[in-house]
Design a protein. Structure first.
Lengths: 257, 395
């Protein structure tokens, strides 16, 4: 069984995101363990990109910090390999297509398999372009995580039917970042997915507080939080373990309340 | 699976899922507009009565004599309303926005020419307009910022990333992903996700069509070479497209080599870029070994872009067009040369094309013909060139 399936065996999944190498690789490695210890079911590791067009200002700044610090894709492969010596938590990379394509799809995915990455999310690789990498993902046993958005509507059928691992349901228009209100009827989006697939559906974009986690947990299989965590890391830097751990614990509980 | 908008292996639609439906909406509206005689008639009227088309094809007699080789013609896109070829595209796209029922247009701009043109068309057609421009560019092109505001547009100085053109595109795409119901992103060059490279080329191809017709009238023949500057590549694509099947016509794009194509400070994508995926398209990009997009540099804010439109990447790969690097020094000398020789101050972007013509013309025979597309006028660059020459003037 793929490790990603295990993320959904413990109630509603809580999926935290952090940018790899922000503020440095050692902190990222430490935080992955801290997140797992505090109830994270799957962790998204951002491979930083110079031009992250789906990100709001918080994650943009994290990518800039990581790249300025000199982190590379190879550093992240090595870091994941170290994590895997002691942890079986499902791990996915979230990045943009150029860092993968430019590295070489074959080589990138072979390295993912080798270091123990379970899936990959590429927000600027929509369904129509995804076949250029899907076969290679399958070859190396890496789930290619599809996304649906509030605008997807009749596109949901084909996207849901080809989904692997879990389906990333984008809660709102626009880019990542904390929002006071999520106005989209995400529950209705997920009901539509259910007509075509029993893939686990996780909601991301804009979620930060316990109340939102509870609401989104109620209509889905899991809750993804990025910017709110990256903001904690931006504030506490290398000393983020305490506050990130507490936050993850609180949100895992909220998603299941 | 259906692959849309491909030029060989280049092009495509590499955008977040959120934007895929609106790209389809734009494509469908564009295909309908192409077949709509009313749309075409309205665009033709705007080109003629508002933008001042056809632009002139001017025989540069003094330059021809001075260089002592091929006969040189200048395609005067600088004489268009708003001072550059950018108006051709925006009149088409803003008219399309209106037909689509959109109330608002957004656009990126580098030098400010596309921003000014978009603000102009939006004012004319009664749409709201917001322009995204890198903070560094708002500083070096302050006059164009005020010009856009004068035309009723709101200008956002983009402080993310490297604060230049590529970051302005990022920000415009982010904005569009948040609001597409009433908004069209009016992309300024033959780049981005399908259908933009095709739409922009189609609205710019009037340049080459006119060159062919005007030269036939004056000389009764085709040119031997057509030269244009290339950032994203819209004026070059517009100049080249009509001649692609006329194999005897040499097509030459001039890219910005900044301080030199072999120095760290340049924007010469064909010379230094490699295959990648960015801003919605597969094409050639200046990038590092891990696929991080390079910070590029040119004296020209309009050519300061780390990529090139996908159709140009294809023309390069098939060898149908050649792309040559031109440095800041060469461009500035050409800027001054055309000003003194013909009394025409070209945009610093267009000066890259003029610079290459100065090298090429003397190697050709007097019975051969070069057409240079002067994509824009240089008034906007006067202060920057003065600074480059160590002269401080007040704008």
């Amino acid at each position: 069984m793929s490790r990603i399936k295990k993320a959904f065996e413990n109630g509603k999944a809580f999926i935290p995101f952090l940018t790899g190498g922000d503020p440095d690789i050692a902190t990222t490695e430490q935080l992955i363990h801290v997140m797992e210890e505090n109830g994270a079911d799957l962790i998204e590791i951002g491979v930083p990109f110079s031009d992250p067009i789906a990100e709001g200002v918080v994650i943009q700044a994290a990518d800039e910090r990581a790249l300025k610090g000199g982190v590379t894709t190879d550093d992240l492969f090595a870091m994941v390999k170290r994590v895997r010596q002691t942890s079986q938590i499902p791990l996915v990379f979230m990045t943009y297509y150029n860092p993968v394509f430019s590295y070489g799809n074959e080589k990138f995915l072979a390295n993912c398999q080798d270091c123990g990455i379970d899936g990959i999310i590429i927000p600027d690789l929509p369904f129509e372009e995804s076949d250029e990498i899907r076969g290679t993902c399958q070859k190396y046993g890496i789930d290619l995580i599809n996304m649906i958005a509030p605008t997807s509507e009749e596109r949901i059928e084909k996207i849901a039917k080809s989904a692997e691992g879990f389906l990333y349901c984008v809660s709102s228009l626009g880019v990542t970042g904390v929002r006071d209100n999520i106005t989209t009827n995400v529950g209705a989006m997920i009901e539509k997915v259910r007509q075509y697939s029993d893939i686990p559906c996780c909601i991301g974009f804009g979620i930060s507080g316990a109340e939102q986690a509870k609401k989104m947990g109620a209509v889905s299989d899991g809750v993804i939080v990025g910017s709110a965590i990256v903001r904690i890391i931006a504030e506490h830097g290398k000393d983020s373990a305490g506050p990130v751990g507490e936050y993850v614990k609180m949100m895992k509980a909220a998603a299941n309340s | 699976m259906e692959k849309k908008g491909r030029f060989g292996e280049f092009g495509g639609q590499y955008v977040p899922e959120t934007l895929m439906p609106v790209l389809k909406e734009v494509e469908e509206a564009y295909l309908a507009a192409q077949k709509d005689p009313e749309f075409q008639a309205e665009l033709k009227r705007l080109y003629s009565e508002y933008a001042g088309r056809p632009s002139r094809l001017y025989y540069a007699e003094k330059m021809t004599k001075d260089l002592g080789g091929a006969k040189i013609y200048l395609k005067r896109e600088d004489l268009n309303h708003t001072g550059s070829h950018k108006i051709n595209n925006v009149l088409g796209q803003v008219l399309l926005a209106k037909k689509m029922g959109k109330k608002r247009v957004i656009a990126e701009t580098g030098a400010g020419q596309h921003g000014v043109a978009t603000a102009t068309a939006a004012a004319l057609m009664g749409l709201e307009c917001e322009i995204f421009m890198g903070k560094i560019d708002t500083d070096r092109q302050a006059l164009n910022v005020y010009r856009m505001e004068l035309l009723g547009a709101k200008v956002h100085a983009v402080t993310s990333g490297t604060q230049v053109l590529k970051d302005a595109v990022n920000e415009a795409m982010r904005e569009w992903a948040g609001r597409m119901d009433d908004t069209l992103y009016v992309l300024g060059s033959v780049m981005g996700p399908h259908p933009f490279p095709t739409i922009v080329r189609d609205f710019q191809k009037v340049i080459g069509e006119e060159i062919k017709e005007q030269l036939k009238e004056k000389e009764g023949r085709l040119p031997d070479a057509v030269i244009a500057c290339v950032g994203g590549g819209s004026n070059a694509m517009g100049s080249f497209y009509e001649f692609i099947n006329d194999k005897e016509v040499q097509l030459i794009g001039c890219e910005a080599a900044g301080e030199g194509a072999d120095t760290p400070r340049n924007a010469a994508t064909i010379a230094n870029g490699r295959l990648g995926v960015f801003h919605g398209m597969k094409s050639l990009f200046c990038q590092n070994q891990y696929g991080q997009i390079d910070e590029v540099y040119s004296i020209s804010a309009g050519l300061d872009y780390p990529g090139i439109g996908p159709e140009h990447a294809m023309l390069h790969e098939t060898g149908r067009a050649q792309y040559v690097p031109i440095t800041d020094v060469e461009a500035v000398e050409a800027f001054e040369y055309l000003s003194r020789t013909e009394g025409i101050i070209p945009a610093v972007e267009s000066s890259h094309a003029v610079a290459y013509a100065r090298k090429l013309a003397p190697t050709m025979r007097p019975d051969q013909i070069i057409v240079i597309t002067v994509s824009g006028r240089g008034d906007k660059d006067v202060a920057a060139i003065a600074r480059y020459r160590g002269v401080q003037i007040y704008e």
